[in-house]
Design a protein around this ligand. Structure first.
Ligand SMILES: *[C@@H]1O[C@H](CO)[C@@H](O)[C@H](O)[C@H]1NC(C)=O
Ligand SMILES: [Zn+2]
Length: 483
């Protein structure tokens, strides 16, 4: 509050010192600009996905993206929705909280991933100096037991090597894209389930970690962060452990999960096996066996290749490989484990990232998915996109992010769809060979990456430079799968 007052004084001083003859058309609303706006903008960028390029208009209207985001924040955190930086809102913005955003993605991952096994390992990589190690160990253990008690999950600790959940303390920049911010504000963050840094929990060592309520309670924050490590996102229920703002008034002696937390975690893993309710065992990744496509089979071909929130998905029969890091082995899953209503043996897939939507084609139908959700109103007929009735299916599709055009490949021809006008461009179809010399129909799948188009046809993949309009490399189709 003190700083606010000082900033106001500063603004007034500057005005008083302006030479009187200065006739620069000073916008009055700019003077009235709320001095808390920078703080608010930072908060909304960090936790509410406010675009960093959103320029503040001097005169804020209801349509202003910042006002919209303030309203979104107020709604999520259970405040009165005024769209203004009122005192309650500023007070909550100043409170310590979790670093994981309330809306939008912390990092790129589709929907709500979960662990595909029930036994997980964790490792406490290093410690804070605020507490004896034993106290940290037991706070983490107790935090894991909170989740263990309501799910089939079990945890064991390892002291070296890579564990599913790596726990560490760090200050400021610590090797990921989310720097800590000194004392207060962000306390910790954790990544959703997955390989590599996914599942890991980081604690800001600039906080004063305590066993009791006198500082930042280690157990309480760990229990919340480990909820993220298991796949939960933030809850707007103020009673929930997964509510993003740290609640210093929590009765630690009588701590228990809210109904909202239990429902959330059980929707991912089901109740514990001894529970009277039907045990739901998480779907294990399919075991390799006859009929299961083998990643490094030199003859491997794909049905469709697409992207989803920064990951690349390679579809084959009932399965798909999911690649989220270029240097990590892909995960292998049943399509139905992620999207139960999608068919198998797909024809085509492409993402319109500006819409956060991936479109999936099979026969004369297509679906729209966002993360793990198949959107309502689908499947739709491909003819709603403008294809003539003679077209019964699409072989492959890819969307060019920059040009906002989507290319549909059908036999030896292709069509171009304009994402802005939402219609097929005139003058199409054209012959693939005329515009993509060296690419031979029929195309199974197309992917755009690193400025190239990758055409998959059987076990062969062709890298095509769209600017030079020439083939630059010939590869095996499964070269993406680290074979
Ligand atoms: C813990 O390890 C991380 C990652 O290696 C490092 O960034 C951090 O500074 C370490 N923290 C302490 C307290 O040693
Ligand atoms: Zn959180």
């Amino acid at each position: 509050m003190e700083r606010t007052v000082r900033m106001r004084h500063l603004a007034i001083l500057v005005l008083l010192h302006l030479p009187v003859c200065w006739t620069y058309p000073l916008d009055r609303t700019a003077v009235e600009e709320d001095p808390n706006m920078d703080l608010a903008q930072q908060y909304l960028e960090s936790y509410y996905n406010l675009g960093k390029d959103v320029k503040r208009g001097f005169r804020r209207k209801d349509s202003d993206p910042i006002v919209k985001k303030i309203q979104e924040m107020q709604k999520f955190l259970g405040l009165e929705v005024t769209g203004k930086l009122d005192s309650n809102t500023l007070e909550v913005m100043a409170k310590p909280r979790c670093g994981v955003p309330d809306v939008g993605q912390f990092t790129t991952f589709p929907g709500a991933p979960k662990w595909w096994k029930t036994h997980l390992t964790y490792r406490i990589v290093n410690y804070t100096l605020d507490l004896p190690r034993k106290v940290v160990d037991s706070a983490i253990e107790k935090a894991l037991r909170v989740w263990e008690a309501v799910t089939p999950l079990t945890f064991s600790r390892v002291d070296e090597g890579e564990a599913d959940i790596m726990i560490l303390f760090a200050v400021r920049g610590h090797g990921d894209f989310y720097s800590f911010d000194g004392p207060g504000k962000t306390l910790a963050h954790a990544y959703p389930p997955g390989q590599g840094f996914y599942g890991d929990a980081h604690f800001d060592d600039d906080e004063r970690w305590t066993e009791d309520e006198s500082g930042t309670n280690m157990f309480l924050v760990a229990a919340h962060e480990l909820g993220h490590s298991l796949g939960l996102s933030h809850s707007d229920n103020t009673e929930a452990l997964m509510y993003p703002v740290y609640n210093s008034r929590t009765d630690l002696a009588r701590f228990r999960l809210s109904r909202d937390d239990v429902a959330g975690i059980q929707s991912l893993y089901g109740p514990p096996p001894s529970s009277p309710e039907e045990p739901v065992v998480p779907t294990e990744p399919p075991a390799a066996g006859p009929g299961t496509p083998a990643r490094c089979d030199p003859e491997l071909s794909f049905d469709a290749v697409g992207t989803l929130r920064g990951e690349t998905l390679f579809f084959k029969d009932r399965y798909f490989w999911r690649k989220f890091h270029w240097d990590l082995e892909p995960e292998f899953h049943l399509i139905s484990a992620f999207w139960p209503s999608l068919p198998s043996a797909l024809d085509a897939a492409y993402e319109v990232s500006s819409e956060d939507t991936t479109f999936i084609f099979k026969g004369n139908q297509f679906w729209a998915i966002r993360g793990l959700e198949v959107q309502a109103g689908y499947p739709r007929s491909i003819h709603t996109l403008g294809f003539p009735p003679t077209i019964r299916k699409i072989d492959a599709a890819v969307s060019d992010k920059e040009k906002k055009k989507t290319y549909f490949f059908v036999e030896e021809k292709y069509w171009r769809f304009d994402e802005i006008s939402q219609s097929l461009d005139r003058g199409f179809p054209r012959l693939i060979v005329d515009d993509f010399p060296g690419v031979e129909p029929k195309v199974d799948a197309v992917l755009q990456a690193f400025g190239f188009f990758y055409f998959f046809s059987g076990s062969t993949q062709i890298e095509f430079d769209p600017n030079a309009r020439m083939v630059t490399r010939r590869l095996k189709s499964n070269s993406w799968l680290l074979c």
